[in-house]
Design a protein around this ligand. Structure first.
Ligand SMILES: Cc1cc2nc3c(=O)[nH]c(=O)nc-3n(C[C@H](O)[C@H](O)[C@H](O)COP(=O)(O)O)c2cc1C
Length: 396
């Protein structure tokens, strides 16, 4: 896990930095906080000391080399919230307080998350400074659009804590998948009986969305085709929504040539009603539904696989997990298949087996789907993508 130096400058969004420290620690990172002097007018360093479990700094106090030692200690420097004043000083190389001087001496990844009034943010001088930062490969975590505290509407709201955390994870990973395009399907399809009723399943989309997050962390460009989901969408990833299996097939077929790697994680309904009634079916003594088979998207992709890497997911009864998984892997012409027991659906934790064409199997188990998605990515990279796509996992 990482050592995060968090710079806090004086924006009204500073209260979100408190939650950010907590969430960073929950995710296993060590956090040290440096505040701009004006920030203490908003929240005292004591709050950040209690939350981070370390001394928080506003000036040099007992260590005259703090502006060197804090960045040296850290793996990355995140300034959130970054006031337009601090942003502009960092862009111009001004070091007039501990925070801005740390930014000058910091050699690793620098991330800034601006927050401010929409007019301040749009100011040409600020926009020019943002360009300067981007040119120097500083990651600018764009503020979000919406209603601002000043009652104005527009871009200026500090990125959500979830997005900030995701960027930290991104900055802490090597990028062996840079230049690779990854298509992922997620969630459940809905097959409508009439205008208000449908057949579906328990998939939450959590695994598909976790895969999207971790493939982005390791440098891939990711697109997700998602059915119905209850899990939170992955930040900074394009999510294309569909409803039925037929719509999912159409979208996947449209995108398949774009992708180098396809992970078919969605729980696609095997059947759909042969007719879907417009309006609401009237209640009768009984109702018989005729179901017809949906297209098998994975099978179709396997028939036109070419040199893409194609990875399937299958839900199987525990006792047939490997046997049926292996049979599907061969019949559908896949490079790998992840077989999951039924208990995985809708659950927080994860268990499954990765099966490769050469007969090797790798058990997967983790307390949550994000961790298991990362474990799966690392195993795939080491055991499969290394040979198929010449992808090499080197430390940062
Ligand atoms: C209540 C209040 C809210 C402020 N919110 C913001 C803000 O969201 N973004 C911003 O860039 N400046 C904001 N400012 C202005 C900065 O605090 C001011 O430019 C300050 O000099 C920045 O200093 P620093 O960058 O060293 O923290 C706010 C000021 C006040 C008094």
């Amino acid at each position: 896990m990482g050592r995060v130096l968090l710079g806090v400058s004086s924006s009204i969004a500073i209260y979100k930095a408190c939650e950010l420290v907590r969430e960073l620690r929950k995710a296993g990172h060590e956090v040290r906080v440096v505040l701009s002097p004006f920030s203490e007018r908003f929240i005292s360093r004591l709050t950040f000391e209690a939350l981070s479990g370390h001394k928080a700094y506003v000036d040099w106090e007992e260590d005259p080399l703090l502006h060197i030692n804090l960045p040296r200690w850290s793996d990355l420097f995140l300034i959130a919230p970054c006031s337009v004043n601090t942003l502009s000083k960092v862009a111009l190389g001004i070091g007039d307080n501990l925070l801005t001087t740390c930014a000058l001496s910091h050699k690793g990844a620098l991330l800034v998350a601006p927050a401010g009034n929409v007019e301040m943010y749009k100011n040409p001088a600020v926009q020019e400074n943002l360009r300067r930062l981007r040119e120097r490969e500083v990651t600018v975590i764009e503020p979000e659009e919406g209603k601002l505290l000043c009652e104005e509407e527009g871009q200026g709201r500090l990125a959500s804590v979830g997005r900030l955390l995701d960027w930290v994870e991104y900055a802490l990973r090597p990028k062996p998948l840079r230049g690779k395009k990854v298509l992922i399907t997620a969630g459940a399809t809905r097959e409508f009986i009439d205008s208000v009723r449908f057949i579906s399943n328990l998939s939450s989309g959590a695994m598909g969305f976790s895969l999207a997050r971790v493939f982005r962390w390791y440098g891939a460009q990711v697109k997700v085709v998602a059915g119905f989901t209850t899990a939170e969408e992955p930040p900074e990833v394009e999510v294309l929504r569909v409803t039925s299996a037929q719509e999912m097939r159409e979208k996947v077929m449209e995108l398949k040539d774009w992708a180098d790697i396809i992970l078919m994680n969605a729980a696609v309904a095997d059947y759909r009603p042969s007719t879907s009634f417009l309006g609401k079916l009237k209640k009768e003594e009984s109702l018989s539904l005729e179901l017809v088979k949906n297209p098998d998207i994975l099978l179709e992709l396997g028939q036109q696989k070419g040199n893409k890497v194609l990875i399937g997911f299958a839900l199987e009864e525990e006792e047939y997990l490997i046997k049926r998984g292996e049979e599907k892997l061969i019949r559908k012409n896949l490079d790998a298949l992840v077989a999951n027991p039924l208990s995985v659906m809708g659950e927080k934790s994860y268990r499954g087996v990765l099966l490769l064409r050469d007969g090797r199997t790798f058990p997967l188990q983790a307390e949550d789907k994000l961790k298991s998605a990362e474990a799966l990515l690392l195993t795939l990279t080491k055991e499969l993508l290394k040979d198929l796509l010449q992808v090499h996992l080197k430390p940062l």
